[in-house]
Design a protein around this ligand. Structure first.
Ligand code: ZN
Ligand code: ZN
Length: 468
């Protein structure tokens, strides 16, 4: 077996895309794009496949609908027109919302002169490629044998507990009387969230484990179990509402926002916060919430009766006067962007509420260094109330007097849980991916310590890794 990371293995998380060549069958695991880059630079190194006459792609398997795993799919379909594309049914539905939105965003950025890169694909391109998509249930075998493949190969999805539709994939190759089992975790969350349950893994051991390592360097994650964080956030939201303030929860449209809406609903049911507190939502997250509801009987849920739209919520008013009106009464705003980038709704609301002591801004997701969410949090932690922060350059520095707190609601497994996956699946070889250098190094050291017989690899982008 040959493995080559085509994007996102080194330093930055970047674009997730992994090439597997097994007995003459070529498989791409994920076709992400790098959210930090524009145009061709954001796409994985597909030319590496074309450069080698003996390499080819028969199948593309998608683990979940986050942009760093699917953003280059239309480009991959163009480059490898004969490949079949496999995913779960919810991922398929999410792609129908997310890829056209990405095409429109690329076009808008080009027209507005934000970038000089032409869009990688148009909405028309998406129409023609979508008939290639094949959907599969969890824990059901599907065929991955290539045209020139020497032996039958099957795939099987396992719930990855990360976002709606997320899956790890088990690839089984019947190789000349020997069965080889390869498991790709995708992004994997072992702990149950509020809507979706934790990950499930194959019952039998595997030979090769392709393991994500996002939180490998995070010393804090295991100290903040989710249930404790839920309580802490509930108390903070209640405190702000009791003072007559407004709660802003900046959240990513896919996954975190739906989980937050569900959590606010639980707070209301437990009488932790007043039942009539308005919850405002906006933008693409509303279409995604609808997909959560439509798939509740066909994908894993903690409670399949629960509907995100069963939670009363108001559409955020358009225009300044409507927004100012909404901000006048105690209410909760769950809006994008999660990192509070300029010219987004969460940034706009933060500018309006940050200078008043009664309000609260609660961060529940990852914030890249120097993003407005990160600047706000660091100022609050290091300098305390009254610190000056530039939330928006147009607005200039402003004093932050509202409560600013961070909560840990990651959809990724903490590093103890990641080691538990190795323990459970007993692989001969572990290939570490989807993590910064430091994160993968910690994983390598600890797998080496607890399981000295396991061969641990930490390839850089483009490296060819051969596994017997
Ligand atoms: Zn993800
Ligand atoms: Zn990811």
């Amino acid at each position: 077996m040959l493995y080559v990371p085509l994007g996102g293995a080194v330093e930055e998380i970047g674009a997730s895309c992994h090439f597997l060549f097994v007995d003459g069958t070529g498989i791409l695991l994920d076709t992400g794009s790098d959210p930090e880059k524009e145009g061709r630079a954001s796409v994985p190194d597909f030319h590496r496949i074309h450069d080698r006459p003996d390499w080819h792609i028969d199948h593309i398997v998608l683990s979940h609908a986050h942009h760093d795993h699917i953003g280059s799919l239309p480009v991959a379909v163009r480059e490898f027109p004969h490949a079949h594309v496999h995913m779960t049914a919810p991922t398929r539905k999410l792609l129908d919302t997310l890829l056209p939105a990405s095409a429109r965003l690329q076009l808008r950025r080009r027209m507005e002169g934000v970038t000089t890169e032409d869009p990688l694909y148009t909405e028309d391109d998406l129409e023609t490629s979508s008939y290639l998509y094949l959907v599969h249930d969890y824990e059901t075998d599907f065929d991955l044998t290539g045209l020139k493949g020497g032996f039958p190969i099957t795939g099987r999805f396992y719930d990855a507990g990360h976002i709606l539709g997320s899956a790890g994939v088990l690839i089984t190759a019947e190789d000349d009387g020997r069965t080889r089992r390869i498991f790709y975790t995708g992004d994997t969350g072992l702990q149950s969230q509020t809507i979706i349950p934790g990950a499930v893994y194959p019952e039998e051991p595997v030979d090769v484990l392709l393991l994500e390592s996002t939180l490998g360097a995070d010393t804090e994650a295991e100290k903040y179990p989710r249930r404790g964080e839920e309580k802490r956030l509930g108390a903070s939201v209640a405190r702000v509402l009791a003072k007559g303030g407004v709660v802003l929860i900046p959240a990513f449209s896919l996954g975190r926002s739906q989980e937050m809406i569900a959590l606010m609903d639980q707070y209301k049911r437990r009488k932790l916060i007043p039942d009539d507190t308005p919850i405002y939502t906006a933008g693409m997250m509303r279409a995604i919430s609808d997909t959560y509801d439509k798939t509740r009987f066909i994908s894993p849920r903690l409670n399949e009766e629960f509907e995100v739209y069963g939670v009363p919520q108001r559409r955020l008013p358009r225009g300044n006067s409507g927004l100012n009106e909404a901000l006048r009464e105690p209410s909760i705003f769950i809006v994008g962007s999660g990192m509070m980038f300029e010219n987004t709704i969460s940034n706009k609301i933060a500018q309006r509420i940050a200078s008043h002591e009664k309000n609260g801004i609660f961060l529940v997701g990852f914030a890249r260094e120097d993003s407005p969410a990160d600047l706000l949090l660091r100022a609050a932690e290091e300098k305390g109330p009254g610190a000056e922060v530039v939330i928006s350059r147009a607005h200039g520095p402003q004093r932050v007097l509202c409560a600013v707190e961070r909560f840990r609601f990651s959809g990724h497994s903490n590093r103890r849980d990641l080691l538990g996956i190795v323990e459970e699946l007993e692989p001969e070889t572990v290939i570490l991916l989807h993590g910064e250098q430091e994160a993968r190094q910690w994983m390598r050291d600890n797998i080496g310590y607890f399981h000295p017989d396991v061969d641990v690899r930490m390839p850089e982008k483009g490296d060819e890794v051969f596994v017997d």
